[in-house]
Design a binder for this molecule. Structure first.
Ligand SMILES: Nc1nc(=O)c2c([nH]1)NC[C@@H]1CN(c3ccc(C(=O)N[C@@H](CCC(=O)O)C(=O)O)cc3)CN21
Ligand SMILES: CC(C)C(=O)C(=O)O
Ligand SMILES: [Mg+2]
Length: 266
């Protein structure tokens, strides 16, 4: 077991101490993130974009995810490892079980799935079998072709009401954590207060229980040069990657990141 467990994260929410999460795809960065005190390493399917150079996360497979989870595991001692279930790896309940098992056996401690209320059944089945689940809501990049782009979600009152209700229902289904991507800051605050499980935000304002960013983004690296509004370059003012990672942890813990300018309004 790593030093940080689900119990640790629940305790941080209770205490009102912010939870720090970064994406991580290899052993060296896992070690560097441990040194900086990052509590959760997300092996995100964003690796399809930042490592593989695809223009979406859809091409990523469970086998590729497992390769990176195993690498992160070898460099990690302290953090909780969260792994994305990639596009269509949860096409059926059986595939959800089998592919989640593959990622857990590669070294993940928790699995993240994108969706909404429809995830309830798979979350319940996974939790019953010993797999904690993080439900990724709001902007779900695997659904980019339905959403029509990487756009803020929950901006109208109907969508907001639905997202609040779904968050509560997924907690009741047994979700261990929620992740809100690109939702108005006020809605993210309401959801964070409405559930007792930790809520992590990216482009979701400052009131969530924790924050996550894509590692390459916060180190100022970008293929396209166009970065989302919620990204801050933590290399600014630093002279090493290690110092930038530490600055991220310091700013998230102090709640100075994200600022108003990194969030969205309804
Ligand atoms: N490098 C990287 N960083 C990420 O955060 C990330 C990935 N890749 N790949 C998967 C998804 C895609 N993500 C994205 C990509 C673009 C925007 C974006 O440009 N958003 C607009 C909001 C537009 C609106 O107002 O609706 C922005 O201005 O930030 C948001 C999330 C987040 N994830
Ligand atoms: C952007 C985060 C939340 C993610 O899901 C990923 O890195 O794949
Ligand atoms: Mg992802």
């Amino acid at each position: 077991m790593p030093a940080i467990t689900l119990t640790t994260l629940q305790g941080l929410k209770q205490k009102g101490e912010k939870i720090t999460m970064l994406t991580c795809y290899d052993a060296t960065f896992a070690h560097a993130c441990n040194q900086a005190g990052v509590e959760v390493l997300l092996v995100g399917d964003s690796l399809g974009m930042v490592l593989q150079g695809h223009d979406s996360t859809l091409p990523v497979t469970t086998a590729e995810m497992a390769y990176h989870v195993a690498a992160v595991k070898r460099g990690n001692t302290d953090a909780l490892i969260l792994a994305d279930l990639p596009f269509m790896a949860n096409a059926t309940l059986e595939q959800t079980m089998v592919n989640s098992a593959t990622l857990m056996q590669a070294g993940a401690h928790m699995i993240k799935v994108e969706g909404a209320l429809w995830l309830a059944e798979s979350i319940r089945l996974l939790a019953e079998r010993g797999i904690p689940v993080c439900a990724h809501m709001g902007l779900t990049p695997q659904a980019v072709n339905i959403l029509g782009g990487y756009k803020v979600q929950g901006r109208n009152e109907n969508q907001a009401r639905q997202m609040r209700a779904d968050a509560i229902a997924l907690e009741q289904a047994g979700a261990a954590m929620l992740l809100l991507e690109c939702v108005p800051s006020e809605l993210a605050q309401e959801i964070t207060q409405a559930v007792s499980i930790p809520v992590i935000g990216i482009g979701a304002g400052n009131a969530t229980d924790g924050q996550v960013l894509v590692l390459h983004d916060m180190l100022g690296l970008s293929i396209t040069g166009r970065v989302p509004k919620f990204v801050k370059n933590f290399m600014n003012g630093q002279t090493s990657i290690q110092a930038a990672l530490t600055a991220y942890v310091t700013e998230v813990k102090a709640a100075t990141f994200p600022g108003i300018e990194h969030g969205f309004s309804a």
